[in-house]
Design a protein around this ligand. Structure first.
Ligand SMILES: *[C@@H]1O[C@H](CO)[C@@H](O)[C@H](O)[C@H]1NC(C)=O
Ligand SMILES: *[C@@H]1O[C@H](CO)[C@@H](O)[C@H](O)[C@H]1NC(C)=O
Length: 543
């Protein structure tokens, strides 16, 4: 993995010095409980330095802590530069002098990043610290990306109206913070690994904490940011609660790699791999598992996406939801995610394709071809997915990528909703970039998600409609003839997916209802459930 390599390359010694973010600060910025050292006893954490930390709109000042560990005076100079979008930010200011000596007691100083609120922008800021030791000097650059909104940010939570209608800006920025969080966790974790490798003379409990937090905090940050915006500053009691909760989750989620046996490759993408295997718990009980991991050459972004998306459903328990069982990021090898797995379970998209006699994705074609699906089956399967989604929404989680590829089906045609980790890689034809760097499931997205990046429960309903269409067409590609760049215009002009040949009018009417232009005009999941149940009853009456 790149971050480990980076570490082994840098035996840089620096003035005897600590520069770090206190755990309170890391908590405030990233929702994790660990200190983040940029310089620890003179060793520079380049990995951490390389990351641009996203600063949410609600945070105006950043705190750094430092301490000189020598008695010799350590002169410093501090400088801050607004690298982009100068119009969005007033000049940042330190609350200590820009030249002086690093104190020998721990000192916290702050830099304020005042938005002008004239324009909305992501402002890149570089804080440079130059420390001289006798003849030489070293400069460290801390990079931040501050989110500036046009109006001053509202207080974090709003409990009136619909509890789950964050604006697109909320979602987008929360997402950005999340990715940064995962990468930083990696930095914290890597620092811990490096320190262990060097057999640090002094045992430091915080180091262990940082390492232990590695897998779970990624889940935590992902889980709390994927759907709903949470308050960025929590009352102390709540923070403590969360920290305790974290500890507990770590214990639940971290698994030892040695307990996992990989048996066969279930699916393979360009960098993602899905294996079938077994997991033996502490009592020696074996269980079938599915393992999602990435190849050696995967980038950091791919790794953090795997963790972030794989942990999306962590901690959710429902018979129609497949949530992650364990995570491992130990030992400098690729991280992996572990899911409970039944021997007859299959990816729903692959299953539907197999019903049509098409096989995709590696060793998927080994199972016998499934029996033909009837409308009754289809409706029942849709109801299962709907139950899963109802549960997610009741837990305030938006899925945002409901599709056959992200569902599981067993031999009794019971369907479960899974996360979308690695789906971009395993089903590349289902995702497209529209000129930006974001690979999105364009043809499953509701119009407002596509054009304004707004996500709401009704957007999941839209995607559920597309899933229903996939079920009735046995996983045909939606709008196969439409260029991804044209989809938004196509939808805006009122075009929708066509009625599949064998699809009853009533069922198609439901799908079309899910694709109403305005989110408010789409059915709620409860309405859909009532309709589909009734329809299912009617169907069984005639058989
Ligand atoms: C600078 O700000 C930090 C954090 O708010 C505070 O703890 C510290 O006392 C301040 N220092 C000075 C010199 O005002
Ligand atoms: C750091 O400060 C020292 C002393 O003020 C100066 O000689 C040196 O050029 C500075 N280094 C950088 C990279 O700015």
């Amino acid at each position: 993995m790149k971050w480990f390599v980076l570490f082994l390359m840098v035996p840089v010694c620096f003035a005897h010095l600590n520069v770090y973010l206190s755990s309170a600060e890391v908590w405030r910025l990233l929702g994790l409980t660990a200190e983040l050292f940029y310089v620890r006893e003179g060793q520079i954490n380049f990995y951490a330095l390389n990351f641009v930390v996203p600063v949410p709109a609600t945070i105006e000042e950043l705190h750094f802590t430092w301490q000189s560990l020598t008695r010799r005076p350590l002169p410093y100079t501090l400088h801050v530069e607004v690298v982009s979008h100068q119009e969005a930010m007033h000049t940042p200011e330190f609350n200590i002098t820009s030249e002086g000596f690093v104190p020998t007691e721990p000192q916290t100083w702050q830099v304020t990043l005042p938005c002008t609120h004239v324009v909305a922008a992501e402002v890149d800021i570089t804080i440079s610290l130059n420390v001289s030791t006798g003849s030489s000097s070293t400069t460290l650059h801390f990079r931040r990306r501050k989110i500036c909104l046009k109006e001053a940010p509202r207080p974090a939570v709003r409990v009136d109206t619909i509890p789950h209608a964050p604006t697109s800006a909320d979602i987008f920025y929360a997402g950005a913070g999340c990715a940064g969080g995962v990468l930083l966790i990696a930095a914290i974790g890597a620092a811990a690994c490096r320190a262990r490798a060097r057999k640090l003379r002094r045992a430091r409990s915080d180091e262990q904490d940082a390492h232990a937090f590695l897998p779970d905090s990624s889940c935590k940050s992902a889980a709390s940011y994927t759907s709903y915006r949470r308050p960025t500053s929590l009352p102390a009691a709540a923070a403590e609660e969360r920290a305790r909760d974290l500890q507990q989750r770590i214990a639940e989620l971290t698994i030892q790699r040695c307990r996992v046996r990989l048996r066969s490759v279930a699916m393979e993408g360009t960098f993602g791999r899905v294996y079938r295997g077994t997991y033996a718990d502490e009592d020696g009980r074996e269980q079938e598992v599915l393992v999602k991991t990435v190849a050696e050459h995967a980038s950091q972004v791919q790794v953090s996406l795997l963790l972030q998306e794989g942990c999306m459903l962590y901690g959710l328990h429902h018979e129609r939801v497949l949530s992650v069982l364990g995570v491992s990021i130990e030992d400098q090898t690729a991280p992996f995610l572990l899911y409970p797995w039944g021997s007859t379970w299959r990816n729903l998209k692959q299953f539907l394709l197999a019903c049509r006699g098409v096989t995709v994705g590696g060793a998927a074609g080994t199972a016998p071809p499934p029996p033909p699906l009837t409308t009754q089956h289809v409706v029942r399967m849709a109801l299962h997915a709907l139950d899963g989604l109802l549960y997610l929404h009741s837990q305030h989680v938006l899925h945002k990528d409901i599709a056959a590829r992200n569902c599981i089906v067993d031999e009794n045609l019971r369907v479960m909703i899974a996360d979308n980790a690695l789906s971009r890689d395993l089903f590349p034809a289902d995702y497209h970039c529209l000129g930006d760097n974001e690979n999105r499931p364009i043809k499953w997205l509701a119009l407002e998600s596509l054009t304004k990046r707004q996500f709401n429960p009704a957007a999941d309903v839209w995607a559920l409609g597309v899933l229903l269409w996939e079920l009735t067409t046995l996983a045909h590609q939606p709008y196969a003839e439409v260029d991804p760049f044209e989809v938004a215009a196509y939808l805006r002009d009122g075009y929708r997916l066509q009625q599949p040949a064998n699809c009853p009018d009533e069922l198609f009417a439901v799908m079309a209802y899910c694709w109403a232009m305005s989110p408010d005009d789409r059915p709620t999941l409860q309405q859909l459930q009532i309709f589909l149940r009734d329809f299912h009853t009617q169907l069984t009456r005639f058989v």
